[in-house]
Ligand binder design. Structure first.
Ligand SMILES: *[C@@H]1O[C@H](CO)[C@@H](O)[C@H](O)[C@H]1NC(C)=O
Ligand SMILES: *[C@@H]1O[C@H](CO)[C@@H](O)[C@H](O)[C@H]1NC(C)=O
Ligand SMILES: *[C@@H]1O[C@H](CO)[C@@H](O)[C@H](O)[C@H]1NC(C)=O
Ligand SMILES: *[C@@H]1O[C@H](CO)[C@@H](O)[C@H](O)[C@H]1NC(C)=O
Length: 377
């Protein structure tokens, strides 16, 4: 008979230690072991350590309904709670979110600094989209984690394509598979232009997406399992924004900058219980920015992508690290000429071209969801 009571005990224990609500208020901080769960049970926010043996811990957001732990956002990636210290995540009286260590030092904070009588009714809410928002009692969101992504873009998250936007941060990859600190690879739009997305390795370009032109406003990506991702580019004033959405009932989907520098489009496969990669860039050496050096080009039509020299040029050395050099000096006597190089992706895109396509884009705004299978790269 005594055995009947044991499960009841365990149940009570779980209830006591797993506060699960979708919000924090100034009077209700989050302690290690506590979790926020979005109202529909899609996402969880809590303290985590990347591996069981790791001593560092972080505040992060992950999927609540996916068995393979997958982090989509980390608050304090470069200021972990270390050693035996324990943290407290709270909404302050100035309408900010803050992470304090056990000595009361601030490890991470937002900087709204809105001290009004309203602050008492302010809450930080984890939404079913995976967005963590700070909401004033009148319903205004004064901060959202979607504006400060870590390495992941989620459906319905709108990312600016131009870098003039205040507060916009690039995606920055984790340093390693179990290390969420700021890695070397980052992804975002180039500061000198709009509509041109780069992955950088440190400060060096590593990959460049083809610039958007007036003809490509929106796109549809289709995985071989049938998942469809819609990419919508929207103009608001002088700025462009991109949003990925999935149709209702689709499996979970995310776009992330992997610690190896590749951007991956992933969907959750509920049969194999793993993430399927259905698009990955750069996926061959040809995709890498300037992969063959000056006056060289990468021929992706070969079975194995190969570096070659443009006509009139020869390899400058044994490998292509220094590119190609002219076989003969230019004569400049009227016998030199230009040749057309079709199907090439150049290393950079001239700014006047972007202005032109920007205008074209406005005119083409009515072309909704042009059925393109892949982004041109
Ligand atoms: C907020 O203000 C109240 C009243 O002044 C105070 O008791 C409380 O400790 C403050 N909370 C925080 C998190 O600073
Ligand atoms: C994205 O937003 C649309 C429209 O607001 C909504 O219907 C849809 O459920 C949202 N998708 C996700 C994954 O949150
Ligand atoms: C909500 O309150 C904030 C702070 O008092 C104010 O700045 C904002 O305009 C208000 N929003 C609405 C919709 O009333
Ligand atoms: C990224 O840059 C580092 C330092 O310059 C270099 O060692 C590394 O090979 C680069 N990674 C790739 C994939 O090119």
């Amino acid at each position: 008979m005594g055995m009947i009571y044991i499960p009841v005990f365990i149940l009570l224990f779980l209830i006591c230690f797993c506060k699960s609500d979708d919000r924090l208020t100034p009077t209700k901080p989050l302690s290690p072991g506590d979790r926020l769960i979005s109202s529909g049970g899609i996402f969880t926010l809590g303290f985590f350590s990347p591996t069981n043996s790791a001593t560092n811990s972080y505040i992060g957001i992950w999927y609540n309904n996916i068995p393979q732990r997958t982090y989509v956002w980390v608050a304090n990636r470069d200021s972990p709670i270390t050693g035996s210290s324990s943290g407290k995540f709270l909404v302050t009286n100035s309408s900010d979110l803050a992470l304090l260590d056990s000595k009361g030092s601030t490890l991470w904070t937002t900087t709204n600094k809105i001290t009004t009588i309203e602050a008492a009714g302010t809450a930080a809410i984890l939404l079913d989209t995976g967005n963590l928002v700070i909401r004033l009692p009148n319903g205004t969101d004064i901060w959202q984690s979607f504006y400060y992504p870590t390495d992941t873009v989620l459906p319905n998250m709108t990312a600016p394509l131009s870098s003039k936007n205040e507060g916009y941060k690039h995606l920055v990859a984790w340093r390693g598979p179990d290390d969420p600190s700021t890695g070397d690879y980052s992804m975002g739009s180039d500061s000198t232009s709009v509509l041109q997305v780069f992955i950088w390795n440190g400060t060096r370009p590593y990959w460049r997406r083809a610039a958007w032109t007036g003809a490509l406003v929106n796109a549809v990506y289709r995985s071989n399992t049938g998942t469809i991702i819609f990419q919508t580019i929207e103009r608001r004033g002088a700025e462009f924004y991109v949003t990925y959405t999935v149709s209702n009932g689709s499996p979970s989907m995310r776009v992330m900058l992997h610690y190896t520098g590749k951007v991956k489009f992933l969907t959750w496969n509920s049969e194999s219980l793993s993430w399927d990669v259905f698009l990955e860039q750069p996926n061959t050496n040809c995709d890498r920015y300037d992969s063959c050096g000056p006056f060289g080009y990468c021929d992706g039509t070969e079975a194995i992508p190969t570096c070659k020299c443009l006509d009139g040029f020869e390899s400058d050395g044994l490998n292509f690290s220094r590119g190609c050099r002219r076989k003969k000096e230019l004569k400049c006597d009227g016998t030199d000429s230009f040749i057309t190089l079709p199907g090439m992706k150049t290393t950079s895109f001239c700014t006047s071209g972007i202005e032109a396509s920007t205008n074209a884009q406005q005119n083409a705004a009515a072309t909704a969801h042009a059925p393109l299978m892949h982004m041109p790269t």
